[in-house]
Design a protein around this ligand. Structure first.
Ligand SMILES: [Zn+2]
Length: 131
């Protein structure tokens, strides 16, 4: 039997967590369910009605059958992606190389996973602090 450490994909089998848009065109593969979720009250997030789960970019697999539509605002540091077919907001991704975190729309997850996570409220429109 060959040593597992020489095989880059021979990591212990962990069930991936999938977040998908409504039509299934966009799929995000997460390494684990989020323990913590952020609700932000900024002018954009409150309109999207989104809940964010943050992950290292390297840990997320993003597959889309067609290019997503994007939106950027303010400093235009990140692109907000949405499915071009069903319109679901799927994630934000930093524009600048070197940034290591992206945000996943946790509302795309199985509701049971969402219910199990702790929700933190970020007052971006006010103090900028969590409360
Ligand atoms: Zn879709």
């Amino acid at each position: 039997m060959r040593a597992l450490e020489n095989q880059p994909h021979a990591v212990p089998a962990m069930p991936d967590i999938l977040a998908t848009c409504h039509c299934g065109a966009v799929t995000l593969r997460l390494p684990a369910a989020p323990a913590r979720i952020t609700q932000c009250n900024c002018s954009l997030c409150r309109r999207y009605g989104v809940l964010w789960a943050y992950y290292p970019i390297a840990e997320i697999g993003i597959a889309a059958t067609s290019p997503t539509d994007t939106y950027a605002w303010n400093g235009r540091h990140v692109d907000f992606h949405r499915c071009a077919t069903c319109g679901c907001l799927t994630h934000w991704h930093p524009r600048k190389a070197g940034r290591e975190t992206l945000g996943i729309n946790a509302r795309l997850l199985d509701p049971a996973l969402l219910a199990a996570a702790e929700i933190h409220y970020k007052d971006t429109a006010g103090t900028g602090l969590f409360h």
